[in-house]
Design a protein around this ligand. Structure first.
Ligand code: TA6
Length: 282
């Protein structure tokens, strides 16, 4: 069955690959290519809708991180998209196999609606190829006042060994480093992980890749997602109640395509479409 739906999730299957999407947060939980899992999902991830999912591809909208001022200041970290139950809108194409999910104010809790009282329509599309996963987030302002947003796909990639992983394509890019609290230009060809890393790479022109031991695991291309966040909590993962196993940081890296280094303003009637395509090579 190319599309299987339950009360809580939707699974696509095509040419030996599959992708499973939880309606809560429209959070992709699993992406398998030839039966091999490509995403990291914490063993303690809470999937009952009471919390954001620790793993897979959480969706960040309308704010990245925690704003201290402005219209999103009273929203929880990373906004409400990943905290709300989306509607399954059905299949749009057969090849690639594509489905869509929708979110509007009516799908968001009253508390979160009142925290950000704007009219919006989000359409999340998931396209499964034999070795590719393309996701797009269409953001529309159907209301009569402009609003600003940030958005990001908070993807947790599964990796065999954090000590062998590298992210390429970031050389020369401006970095806001949230661990060292410094700004600098990336000088490394290969960004590696040897401790906690939490960096916003701004205006990344090139496609980025994730390698292990020099071999490319993933190639990532983006449209309207100019920034790339690289995050690995290292042993700080043990401070998160929903991050298991304690050694899980050794098998994950978040490489997050986003538009987060600035605010994008959406006028009434405007639509912004962000697209990420990931190709799995190994
Ligand atoms: O994308 C990196 C980041 O902003 C980190 O600072 C860390 O907070 C991570 O997201 C996870 O955030 P969460 O709210 O899901 O625990």
């Amino acid at each position: 069955m190319p599309i299987e739906q339950t009360d809580s999730d939707v699974t696509l299957s095509h040419a030996g690959s599959s992708v499973k999407v939880l309606l809560h947060g429209a959070n992709i939980l699993s992406w398998k290519v030839n039966g091999r899992e490509k995403l990291f999902l914490s063993e303690a991830a809470i999937l009952d809708g009471t919390k954001a999912v620790r793993g897979g591809v959480p969706l960040v909208f309308p704010v990245f991180g925690k704003a201290t001022s402005g219209p999103t200041a009273t929203l929880p970290q990373h906004g409400f998209a990943r905290l709300s139950t989306w509607e399954f809108l059905g299949q749009t194409t057969e090849d690639p196999l594509t489905v869509q999910f929708g979110l509007g104010p009516e799908n968001v809790s009253k508390e979160l609606q009142s925290a950000w009282p704007y009219d919006f329509t989000l359409i999340f599309s998931v396209s499964l190829g034999s070795d590719t996963l393309e996701t797009s987030l269409s953001i529309t302002n159907p209301g009569n006042v402009a609003w600003d947003f940030q958005t990001l796909l908070h993807t947790y990639f599964y990796i065999p060994d954090v000590n062998k992983v590298a992210v390429t394509g970031l050389t020369g890019v401006s970095v806001k480093d949230k661990v060292t609290k410094t700004d600098y230009s990336e000088t490394s060809k290969d960004v590696t992980i040897a401790s906690e890393v939490d960096r916003v790479y701004e205006n990344v022109a090139e496609p980025v890749s994730i390698t292990s031991d020099g071999k490319t695991l993933f190639e990532i291309t983006r449209k309207n997602l100019d920034d790339v966040v690289v995050w690995n909590p290292w042993t700080n993962c043990t401070k998160m109640g929903d991050f298991k196993p304690a050694t899980g940081y050794k098998n994950m890296i978040c490489v997050e395509a986003g538009s987060v280094s600035k605010w994008t303003s959406l006028a009434p009637g405007e639509t912004y479409v962000a697209v990420e395509t990931v190709k799995a090579l190994l």
